[in-house]
Ligand binder design. Structure first.
Ligand SMILES: NC(=O)c1ccc[n+]([C@@H]2O[C@H](COP(=O)([O-])OP(=O)(O)OC[C@H]3O[C@@H](n4cnc5c(N)ncnc54)[C@H](OP(=O)(O)O)[C@@H]3O)[C@@H](O)[C@H]2O)c1
Length: 260
């Protein structure tokens, strides 16, 4: 081991690192932001709703970390570039990007409009592309960086009515592999996390529907939905020195869904 001093919890220490989290205002993004802050990172929180990211920034500062809230729409490349510039201007460095912002429009493909299909791809996939490039230019130039794309089990397996969403998440997993190859020699690690169903505002309609809820619970080997804090280990691992030789990988956090 080249750095034997990095043992135990030190491997996962993010002190002094700066992370951008997209879609940080609620749901999984909010919880992952708090997890990264708990591991020591300073944060740039971004989403379209200023009140949500502003309140989270306050909460993060109360934990003793620096945090700035920057409103942005991931479908805009100019917004992505502005957020990366704000990270450097306000917090002085940029080490980690969590590409988390996402939406879903659940409809059979024959009922889905082209505009709806484009909206999901533009938010979930092209949004990742914009932020990956905005942060990635800086990561490559500095010779290190951690990019974590939030996919879904729908990037690997399918269900009816997930035509737009599954297309976008499959794209994210392939983009993850390509960027891993393109930036490997620059010591930038690019990985993805593929969660199963977690209780958040995005999945509230499914959670509240007794039939859908029972299907999801019954289909999950562990027999329950994920709780947002159960992504903490995956995101801290992929953001930290503990994953320095892992790139191009999608880590499923799915209670066993994709094991059968
Ligand atoms: N919950 C699950 O079960 C689950 C499972 C697998 C994967 N995921 C993935 O995890 C990620 C987060 O999901 P979630 O359940 O936490 O969703 P959520 O509760 O609906 O939160 C989504 C976040 O993304 C932001 N966002 C949406 N569109 C945006 C845009 N155009 N520009 C900037 N920000 C935007 C939202 O903020 P604004 O509306 O304020 O912009 C919000 O902060 C998504 O990529 C989702 O596909 C979730």
């Amino acid at each position: 081991m080249e750095r034997p001093e990095l043992l135990g919890t030190q491997l996962f220490d993010l002190s002094g690192r700066v992370a951008i989290i997209t879609g940080a205002g609620r749901g999984l993004g909010r919880t992952m932001a708090l997890s990264l802050a708990a591991a020591g990172a300073d944060l740039v929180l971004t989403a379209r709703t200023a009140s949500e990211i502003g309140a989270l920034a306050e909460e993060v500062r109360e934990l003793g970390r620096r945090a700035v809230a920057v409103t942005a729409d991931v479908t805009s490349e100019a917004d992505a570039n502005r957020v990366a510039a704000e990270a450097l201007a306000q917090l002085g460095r940029l080490d980690i990007l969590v590409n988390n912002a996402g939406i879903n429009i659940r409809k059979p493909v024959l009922e889905l409009t082209e505009a709806e299909y484009r909206q999901v791809l533009e938010t979930n996939l092209i949004g990742c592309f914009h932020f990956a490039r905005a942060a990635g230019r800086h990561f490559v130039a500095q010779g290190c960086g951690k990019l974590i794309n939030i996919s879904s089990i729908m990037g690997q397996v399918a269900l009816a009515s997930q035509g737009a969403y599954a297309s976008s998440k499959g794209g994210i997993e392939q983009l993850t592999k390509v960027l891993a190859l393109e930036w490997a020699s620059a010591n930038v690690q690019v990985n993805a996390i593929a969660p199963t169903y977690f209780e958040t505002p995005l999945t509230r309609p499914l959670f509240d529907d007794p039939e859908r809820n029972a299907f999801i619970t019954g289909r999950t080997p562990m027999g329950r939905w994920g709780q947002p804090h159960e992504l903490a280990g995956a995101v801290i691992f992929l953001a930290s020195a503990a994953s320095d030789y892992i790139t191009g990988h999608t880590l499923t956090v799915d209670g066993g869904w994709t094991a059968w």
